[in-house]
Design a protein around this ligand. Structure first.
Ligand code: SF4
Ligand code: SF4
Length: 354
């Protein structure tokens, strides 16, 4: 388990020390240094790729709040230089922070459905061609801090990180708005140097927050978001006697059944006879009785599916669309030939040990 505050600027321990109480999973399957979604060394160059190593999930342009931008600028490193270049470029700058330009957003909206994970052109402005590609890692925003392509605990893991995202995002934005009320931000058409000065001022002002300031940024919304995170952390219990299927997508492939309870980026290869077992999980019969004698349909499989969120307690509502076979909303939705291409590449990179 990991402490959410590890790797965050020390100011967050002062702003929301409660974040340190949430035991977060270590997402070992999202191997970012050698991206788990990119082709493995020696992969067939003719095969379609899900993500490229140079673009991967950093086909994104983060909104960074004013005090975060200030912290990046004062580090005087590669990330600070890229941030200065971004500010000099103009567009997307405001008293609250730095975000994508309107042109970038427009381009992204039109292209992301087919190019997410694969387009150098859509790559983040703070990405660099070096082993630790993110130059602002210590100050990355809530999205970058909490998004993973794969989760050790499947959908529950994703829910945890989504709540963590909400808590971090709320505190970042609340502090940014509060800084604006305290300071004197530049006008819309200010020079780059004025923006740099403003963002640095915000970072320094947040460092000086006292009890009065903390009371104003630790709003009800912020504290409720932290409480929701703590509730999700403790929600999932041991495997109950009676469970029901909760699959999002499944595909027969190469003698196995690829299945997931929450994301096509993170599929498990399960026995081809999986549905013989699932058909017996009727919400009344204990799963031990439902196992039968088919090879591969055993307790280890049930435990694995439970841990990965592919089984639910009967009183948990079936999620909308849980019986859908087709791809649902995702980067590829609406592009059938791309769905097949992505599935082929995911299958090619799949290892039964995953
Ligand atoms: S989280 Fe992003 S960089 Fe990390 S392994 Fe997944 S796609 Fe690759
Ligand atoms: S800020 Fe870092 S992690 Fe986030 S998209 Fe950019 S390079 Fe990737």
């Amino acid at each position: 388990m990991a402490n959410l505050l590890d790797g965050m600027d020390k100011v967050y321990s002062k702003l929301v020390p409660e974040l340190g109480r949430a035991d977060m999973p270590v997402e070992n399957k999202a191997t970012c240094l050698t991206c788990a979604m990119a082709p493995k060394p020696g992969a067939d160059p003719e095969k379609p790729v899900a993500f490229t190593a140079r673009a991967r999930c950093c086909t994104y342009n983060p909104l960074l709040t004013n005090h975060v931008v200030g912290r990046i600028l004062r580090r005087n490193d590669r990330g600070a230089a890229l941030m200065r270049a971004r500010i000099e470029q103009g567009g997307g700058l405001s008293a609250n922070g730095v975000g994508p330009t309107a042109e970038w957003n427009d381009h992204y909206r039109k292209q992301a459905s087919v190019l997410f994970g694969r387009s150098d052109e859509l790559r983040c402005p703070y990405w660099a061609d070096e082993p630790h590609a993110c130059t602002i890692w210590r100050d990355r925003n809530a999205v970058c801090r909490t998004w993973f392509c794969k989760h050790e605990e499947g959908g529950r893991g994703r829910s945890l990180w989504m709540e963590a995202h909400d808590a971090i995002d709320r505190i970042d934005k609340t502090v940014a708005v509060y800084c604006v009320t305290l300071g004197d931000p530049p006008s819309e058409h200010a020079r780059p140097g004025q923006w740099v000065g403003w963002y640095r001022w915000c970072a320094e002002r947040v460092d000086l927050f006292d009890a009065y300031d903390l009371e104003r940024v630790r709003t009800r919304e912020v504290l409720e978001a932290v409480e929701r995170l703590e509730k999700v952390v403790t929600r999932r219990g041991p495997l109950p006697e009676v469970v029901v299927p909760s699959l999002l997508e499944w595909y027969p492939r190469d003698g196995a059944m690829l299945a997931t309870g929450y994301s096509a980026y993170d599929m498990d290869a399960l026995p081809a006879d999986l549905f013989v077992l699932l058909a017996r999980l009727d919400g009344k019969r204990p799963w031990r009785e439902a196992l039968g004698s088919e090879p591969g349909l055993d307790e280890a499989l049930v435990q694995r599916m439970w841990a990965r969120g592919m089984l639910a307690e009967p009183d948990e509502a079936f999620r909308e669309g849980s019986t859908a076979v087709a791809f649902r909303d995702g980067p590829w939705s609406g592009v059938p030939e791309f769905q097949e291409q992505i599935l082929t590449s995911l299958t090619a990179s799949f290892s039964p040990k995953d």
